[in-house]
Design a binder for this molecule. Structure first.
Ligand SMILES: Cc1cc2nc3c(=O)[nH]c(=O)nc-3n(C[C@H](O)[C@H](O)[C@H](O)COP(=O)(O)OP(=O)(O)OC[C@H]3O[C@@H](n4cnc5c(N)ncnc54)[C@H](O)[C@@H]3O)c2cc1C
Length: 386
């Protein structure tokens, strides 16, 4: 049996980009995907502009709309409309987007095993064996990038403390839907619950609509209310209505075990403020590839540096985003008003989406204010705990 340098479970953005970067480094890689591509994925498909800064190729062939403005409502009331003038979010359908990323990895030399569901992972000091009803594969390293519903985390003994919440998503056909969403705008409702929001993202043939809150039992009624409000009372047919978990890593949790590591949703790397996950999926996939590339040549490799690199890069941003999210839960109306009327707040929000600012930059700016939101946020964290 061929022994690959690395096996990657999952062909989402984390797995595809890990495979791409490892193939570029000359490693032999096999992506193992349980579905046949293109496969549907419950997701808004909004690729924030900051993601494009990290990708080594253009995603133009799979971009359906370019969003330069936002329609943001508070508590299901009429949204305000603001444009930024530059791209904020690139709208994709995830089946096409993910297949495109995977194709780029294959073009660089990665192999793809579609329709192979992994249901067992075994490892020892020298490598990893994954198997399922469709066969067995062997590799020196493993990237578990099988998403929020995957098996890799549990099978390698990680992710026990991951927090899980619920989201819902459906596609609404554009034809016949009296949807009050402009083709170059993302529509968002927040503030209906202290935590969570609903969205409508314009695509070529559908609107992707969804809702997520930290109170899982309220997602469905909220989503139904939001649809009634945003679709102006018409009742178009929903396609592919589905629920999906949102996973958040607990602070300090290890993301490697022996020769396996976790990336993307499997590692719980969602952004706690926006619930967006493609950015950290791509970044963690790239970090995974870099670390495996470096460790592959060592006699006694260790993936501890992967967890350490995530701690240095993604974890601080998740912590800062969590602070903002908690501040929003307490002062949502004020934040909404600031983004509506205050140019600096609106520009800061847009620069965040574009990757020109980080959450850390935003909080550092609050530090200079007399009533420091930064320390307020930290106090909230201290009182509420993790
Ligand atoms: C309702 C909703 C809306 C969202 N909207 C957005 C958005 O607009 N923008 C954004 O940035 N993020 C959004 N997210 C988050 C985003 O979907 C995820 O963060 C992102 O998909 C993570 O990518 P990934 O590669 O880690 O995992 P995934 O994209 O989930 O890919 C995992 C892959 O692994 C495969 N797999 C699973 N189990 C196995 C197995 N046993 N064997 C083999 N293969 C397996 C799956 O088939 C899948 O292809 C949303 C999430 C939800 C739930």
């Amino acid at each position: 049996m061929q022994i690959y340098d690395a096996l990657v479970i999952g062909s989402g953005p984390a797995g595809a980009m890990a495979a791409y970067e490892m193939a570029v480094r000359g490693l032999s890689v096999c992506i193992v995907e349980k579905e046949r591509l293109p496969r549907y994925k419950t997701c808004g498909g909004g690729v924030q502009a900051r993601v494009l800064r990290m990708l080594p190729f253009s995603i133009d062939p799979v971009v359906e709309r370019v969003v330069t403005g936002m329609q943001i409502g508070f508590g299901l009331r009429r949204p305000f409309l603001r444009y930024y003038g530059q791209p904020l979010i690139y709208m994709t359908m995830r089946d096409r987007f993910d297949r495109f990323l995977t194709e780029q990895a294959v073009l660089k030399g990665a192999e793809l095993r579609e329709g192979m569901r992994v249901d067992s992972i075994r490892q020892d000091e020298s490598g990893v064996i994954v198997s399922g009803p469709e066969g067995t594969l062997q590799g020196r390293f493993l990237v578990g990038a099988d998403g929020a519903k995957g098996v890799a985390a549990r099978m390698v003994g990680l992710g026990q403390d991951t927090r899980r919440y619920a989201a819902m998503e459906a596609e609404v056909e554009v034809a016949g839907a009296a949807c009050a969403v402009l083709p170059d705008c993302a529509r968002i409702d927040w503030g209906t619950f202290p935590s969570g929001y609903a969205w409508t993202f314009p695509k070529a043939e559908v609107y992707s609509t969804g809702a997520a809150t930290l109170e899982s039992s309220k997602v469905k009624p909220y989503y139904e209310k939001y649809l009634r409000a945003s679709l102006r009372g018409s009742s178009p047919s929903l396609r592919r209505l589905s629920g999906h978990p949102l996973c958040f890593r607990s602070k300090g949790a290890p993301l490697h075990a022996g020769r396996a590591l976790l990336a993307g949703d499997a590692a719980g790397l969602l952004d706690p403020f926006t619930g967006e996950g493609i950015h950290h999926a791509v970044l963690s996939g790239q970090i995974a590839a870099a670390v495996i590339g470096e460790e592959a040549g060592r006699r006694t490799p260790s993936l501890a540096r992967y967890t350490a690199r995530i701690e240095e890069t993604i974890a601080p941003e998740m912590e800062h985003a969590e602070i903002l999210s908690r501040v929003f839960r307490l002062t949502g109306r004020q934040v909404h008003g600031a983004i509506h009327y205050n140019d600096r707040a609106w520009n800061a929000f847009c620069r965040l989406l574009r990757g020109e600012r980080t959450y850390g930059d935003l909080l550092r700016r609050f530090d200079s204010l007399p009533q420091s939101l930064h320390f307020f946020g930290r106090a909230v964290m201290a009182v509420w705990g993790e």
